[in-house]
Design a protein around this ligand. Structure first.
Ligand SMILES: Nc1ncnc2c1ncn2[C@@H]1O[C@H](COP(=O)(O)OP(=O)(O)OP(=O)(O)O)[C@@H](O)[C@H]1O
Ligand SMILES: [Mg+2]
Length: 345
């Protein structure tokens, strides 16, 4: 059984009469990799700062191991933070940057040496102890920042867009390494990003936020396959989102015809959002398709082709390993499983 570590209860945050967090409820299990995901300004950093103790919620409670810690200052929480701007001490070498927190805590010198060496090995930086941090690459500096936080053995590490400054290739490598570090050391990670792909690859649990509200909490597969509303569906991946009408249980109408679906329990004739992933539209011969359309454009994306296909008034985004040139008429086929129905929000 996973053990609950942190809980936010009805956390409200108001700045200048503006509600920035709207009664957030959330729990985080011990050793979980939980990601706060959402667009700029949705309240991710504010939530992280409340957990870290840098900000007090206007109302509501922050619990750690079941104990209310609203009034506990940051340095007394079993939490460490890696900020996006991870200001390293440029006048100190790598070793001293990592050792800094241990020196403050008056850890004996021999133990400092052992723990710094251990931690640098963990982040693949053995051998650069004496280098000045200025002489390191961006990715290496990022690792020093992570080592500096991990070496204190916090129970929880808060990471605010820690890979934001890195180029795409390095970011992908660091994503894998961070995940490895988290599993090896067994710490709880609360991770902030606005990059949905990053969230999907790294997390045990994703919290999707928008406008200070939690939209959905779930595993990456839950969130991807069963988005709760059109916002989540759109944010978590490219989607076709259409207006539809739920005619009765298991039958929905959109794009000018009826489709079988797996959804039920809607009001008769209820207007709904219909979401179809681009990779779920299967290209078939025109006469075999439920929809017919003309390819408007096609680009190669490395693994698949991405096409815009116009059918009636509707432009569909289609991803397929099959190539169809612009101007060609094709059929599109959808199974009930590929159609996601959502209440209008
Ligand atoms: N100290 C503050 N005073 C006033 N408003 C604030 C303060 N801190 C944050 N805000 C506002 O709260 C909202 C949420 O900010 P927050 O930094 O949590 O967003 P975010 O999701 O981290 O965004 P980003 O992805 O851009 O970092 C924003 O509208 C921001 O302007
Ligand atoms: Mg932020």
């Amino acid at each position: 059984m996973p053990k609950e570590l942190i809980r936010l209860v009805d956390c409200l945050m108001v700045f200048d009469d503006e509600i920035v967090l709207d009664s957030i409820n959330l729990y985080i299990n011990d050793r979980e990799f939980l990601t706060l995901l959402g667009p700029s300004g949705c309240g991710k950093t504010t939530t992280l700062r409340i957990i870290g103790g840098f900000q007090k919620p206007t109302s509501g409670s922050v619990l750690f191991d079941g104990v209310r810690i609203n009034d506990v200052p940051p340095h007394k929480r079993k939490v460490n933070t890696v900020f996006q701007k991870y200001a390293l001490f440029t006048h100190m070498n790598v070793f001293e940057n990592v050792a800094f927190g241990l020196r403050i805590a008056k850890v004996p010198e021999a133990e400092i040496r052992r723990r710094v060496a251990e931690t640098l090995a963990l982040v693949n930086l053995s051998g650069v102890e004496r280098r000045s941090v200025d002489s390191l690459s961006g990715g290496q500096q990022q690792r020093v920042a992570i080592a500096r936080a991990v070496v204190n053995r916090p129970q929880v590490l808060l990471l605010d867009e820690p890979l934001g400054a890195l180029d795409l290739k390095l970011r992908k490598e660091m994503q894998i390494e961070l995940k490895k570090i988290q599993q090896q050391v067994g710490i709880t990670f609360v991770y902030v990003t606005h990059d949905q792909e990053e969230a999907l690859t790294m997390s045990d649990t994703i919290v999707v936020m928008n406008n200070g509200k939690i939209q959905q909490i779930g595993s990456p597969t839950d969130i991807y396959n069963e988005p709760k509303n059109a916002f989540v569906a759109d944010f978590i991946g490219e989607s076709n989102i259409l207006d539809g009408v739920m005619l009765r249980d298991y039958v929905v109408s959109f794009a000018g015809r009826q489709f079988e679906c797996l959804d039920h329990g809607f009001r008769a004739e209820e207007p709904v959002d219909v979401v179809v992933r681009p990779e779920d539209l299967h290209i078939v011969e025109p006469e075999k398709g439920q929809l017919q359309g003309v390819v408007q454009s096609v680009i190669f994306k490395g693994v698949h082709y991405e096409m815009v296909v116009r059918s009636g008034e509707q432009d569909w985004l289609v991803q397929s390993t099959l190539f169809r040139p612009a101007g060609e008429t094709i059929g599109l086929q959808l199974t009930p499983n590929d159609i996601h129905i959502m209440h209008k929000s």
